[in-house]
Design a protein around this ligand. Structure first.
Ligand code: FES
Length: 385
């Protein structure tokens, strides 16, 4: 299926496929990681193309498919697409806001073999949650959705993206996950790409609150052992080492956009010099092995110092390429989240300053908004992505 040369070292198969079925979404979260230029409905792949992509994914060795968006249940064919996953033996995870038409489709999704549900919650207090998500009456819809998920016996994960507007609710998110019968909770500090990057000054928490949130999670993990698993994503700007973004570039994940563009990570389109291939022109296997976007930062050959000689280079793979571009102006630089980056102290200072200022209003996620980001950079320049 792919065009790897016979003597090349074997390329491991991707483990996961993030299928961004649509960018349409009833919520307008200011931390959304989708690109600023959202795909319109008219440009979305049709059902047959998604089914062909899923068939190619299974043949390539993909195990998990994350049905995502936007709001994936906004697609009229979400049941057919989920059924295709089940028929192909792909583990399907529905990443949903739980609002709009999600509940009405849930039983049908269960009937065709949906494996797992990941439900987003924006806050614990309804008024706060609905302010962040930009949709009134969302909270009761989410709770009704969660109740039906557990009634059906589907495993439920709650996803809470943490920022300045809800960091005081971390304990509440943990109690909520227990109350709703979730098996897993993601306490994911905001990663500043896409809309979150535009809204960074409104979202950045201070270090004392971040440290407190980490202590709360660590205590709850002990207390709730065997009942609730809590995943913690720590905030990059205050970190010591970067995360292995997407499990390392071109190593584990493929991300297909609503229009069929295939990305090594969800924010990769911000790296304008990369050439991305589409599922409408190439097979998934060909893209995984040969797409210039996937080969650009795969492995370690592309690395500069201090990554090149670092003994962590095959642990964190240099961190995040998109963040390196946004903060250091070079996608091949060491991610400034790393304490070994020459920009690390400036990035931390920038976060501290933003967190101490009065937060600006949110710029809500909208299709066709034409928003122009105006975000401070540690290079003392304004960076537009
Ligand atoms: Fe693109 Fe991290 S978001 S590499």
């Amino acid at each position: 299926m792919n065009a790897i040369t016979p003597n090349a070292p074997a390329l491991p198969a991707p483990v996961g496929l993030l299928a961004e079925l649509t960018h349409r979404c009833p919520l307008r979260c200011p931390y959304c990681s989708n690109p600023l230029e959202l795909d319109r409905r008219s440009g979305e792949l049709d059902t047959a193309t998604w089914q062909r992509v899923l068939t190619e994914a299974a043949a390539l060795g993909v195990l998990h498919v994350h049905l995502s968006g936007g709001e994936p249940t906004a697609r009229n064919d979400i049941v057919e697409i989920t059924q295709t996953c089940a028929k192909l033996g792909l583990y399907s995870n529905l990443i949903t806001s739980g609002v709009g038409g999600a509940l009405a489709k849930l039983d049908a999704l269960y009937d065709v073999g949906l494996d797992h549900v990941q439900l987003s919650v924006q806050g614990v207090d309804a008024a706060n949650a609905e302010k962040i998500g930009g949709l009134k009456n969302a909270q009761p819809q989410k709770f009704a959705f969660a109740e039906r998920v557990t009634q059906l016996g589907l495993p439920l994960t709650l996803n809470s993206v943490i920022h300045r507007g809800n960091i005081h609710e971390v304990e509440g998110f943990i109690d909520l996950a227990v109350k709703l019968g979730a098996k897993r909770l993601e306490v994911a500090h905001t990663q500043y790409y896409g809309w979150a990057y535009v809204n960074r000054a409104a979202l950045m928490p201070n270090k004392a609150d971040v440290d407190r949130s980490i202590r709360i999670v660590e205590a709850a993990r002990e207390r709730l052992k065997g009942q609730l698993v809590i995943d913690l994503v720590v905030p990059d700007y205050y970190a010591k080492y970067p995360k292995a973004c997407a499990g390392g570039w071109g190593r584990k994940l493929m991300n297909v956009t609503p229009a069929g563009k295939v990305l090594p990570c969800h924010a990769a389109e911000t790296i304008k010099q990369l050439e991305f291939w589409y599922v409408t022109d190439h097979s998934l296997g060909d893209i995984w092995a040969n797409s210039p976007a996937f080969t650009a930062y795969r492995g370690t050959d592309w690395m500069q110092e201090p990554c090149r000689s670092c003994d962590r280079r095959e642990k964190d793979w240099g961190g995040c390429r998109c963040q390196a571009l946004a903060l250091a102006g070079d996608a091949a630089a060491t991610d400034p989240a790393c304490s070994l980056s020459p920009l690390h102290a400036k990035v931390r200072d920038l976060a501290t300053e933003e967190a101490a200022e009065t937060p600006p209003d949110y710029t809500y996620r909208t299709i066709g908004s034409n928003v122009q980001p105006n975000v401070r950079s540690p290079l003392n320049e304004e960076v537009s992505l």
